[in-house]
Design a protein around this ligand. Structure first.
Ligand code: AMP
Length: 361
């Protein structure tokens, strides 16, 4: 473990979306400077960071510049090329580790890693042809979720198959983009939860209370805390997150999404090696937000408390929903957060709000 980064040091952030923006804001409050690598000029993160390198994430020249300008580098989304992070890590500390990124980029690698660590997931079969899908459909009784193995997010690149006959596999591989796929068993879950956990450079572990999540069209719509789950289920979520963090020798915040089965047991859906949309409520309902916790971890500071002073519901403002901000801003117990995006396209996350209520029992 190295000494904590002194105030005034610079944290490099790969990716310039809203997560990078909120990381840059938390970093500034702890006295750090930030530089953002992002191809889109005037991106949400760059509007609040100290500077931006306008270039692709795998631009070697830009990565060199980022390494020279930073004391530590982190990233805000998982589709950063692993090779870029590995190259950077040869010259400068990069957190979370490249291995976490690599695992999260491929649904088959991810599930294989999780199952190998004793953490259950939905059953799955890698699909590299229509014939593979035909066989998998027979094995899964015709029902499952067909997903692209890589570069999927917010439910993109997914198709639900219900009671499909094997012949329905014909042409699917090309229809899904001619890329490696995975068929996951369909999970009849009671609810979905996620947990935001962190590991510091000293190996300390911490986790926030699990949030209960509702998705619309594959995109997170709402997170409610506390989740309607038993203490046993909450503990199991924390245990799984800590096992993942330890086995990866991880530094930083991680988001782990779960399906809760009717008996209260858990299957991991996916992991995100970064701050997570379902943890935005922490900025309003906790003393230390997930963003500050991540900055603390990558800067080598001690982790902060994850205690929660209020119950809350966080809702995303997607596309046109952002036009409701005038009404929302009149509610005194509501924390509003807008991302500085000019154009409200359908499906685009424009902001979020967290409504606080007094903490229940
Ligand atoms: P993902 O992009 O994998 O997180 O999937 C987006 C959403 O689709 C999840 O949050 C679930 O609501 C739903 N979903 C994904 N995989 C499955 C599955 N195997 N069984 C049932 N629902 C799923």
């Amino acid at each position: 473990m190295s000494a904590p980064l002194p105030a005034g040091s610079t944290i490099g952030i790969i990716g310039g979306g809203q997560l990078g923006r909120m990381l840059a804001m938390a970093a500034a409050r702890l006295g750090y400077r930030t530089i953002v690598l992002e191809p889109q000029p005037d991106c949400p993160a760059a509007q609040v960071a100290n500077s931006q390198i306008v270039a692709d994430y795998d631009d070697r020249f830009a990565l060199d510049r980022l390494a020279r300008a930073s004391h530590v580098v982190t990233y805000e989304f998982e589709n950063v090329p692993v090779s870029a992070v590995q190259a950077l890590a040869d010259t400068i500390p990069v957190y979370p580790p490249a291995r976490a990124l690599e695992i999260s980029q491929d649904r088959v690698t991810e599930k294989t890693f999780l199952n190998g660590s004793g953490i259950p997931t939905a059953g799955f079969r890698p699909i590299d042809s229509d014939e593979d899908l035909r066989q998998a459909l027979v094995a899964f009784n015709g029902t499952g979720v067909l997903k692209t193995r890589r570069l999927g997010y917010d439910g993109k690149g997914q198709r639900l198959l219900r009671n499909a006959t094997p012949s329905e596999a014909d042409g699917s591989y090309v229809a899904m983009g001619n890329v490696p796929l995975v068929l996951e068993a369909f999970v009849s879950f009671d609810r979905e939860i996620s947990i935001i956990a962190a590991r510091g450079q000293d190996g300390a572990l911490s986790a926030y209370d699990p949030a209960e999540n509702v998705h619309c069209g594959g995109i997170l719509a709402k997170s409610t805390v506390p989740a309607a789950i038993s203490a046993n289920t909450a503990n199991a979520a924390e245990d799984a997150a800590f096992a993942i963090l330890q086995s990866l020798n991880y530094v930083g915040v991680i988001g782990v999404e779960f399906f809760v089965l009717p008996d209260g047991s858990l299957l991991v859906n996916e992991i995100a090696p970064r701050v997570h949309n379902s943890g935005h409520w922490t900025e309003a309902a906790c003393v230390i937000s997930q963003f500050e916790q991540h900055v603390r971890a990558v800067a080598g500071l001690p982790l902060g408390t994850t205690s929660r002073h209020s119950d809350c519901v966080m809702q995303n403002l997607i596309g046109d929903e952002v036009s409701g901000v005038d009404t929302l801003s009149r509610e005194p117990e509501l924390m509003l957060h807008l991302y500085g995006k000019a154009e409200a396209r359908p499906g685009r996350k424009m902001g979020h709000f967290t409504r606080l209520t007094p903490r229940g029992g």
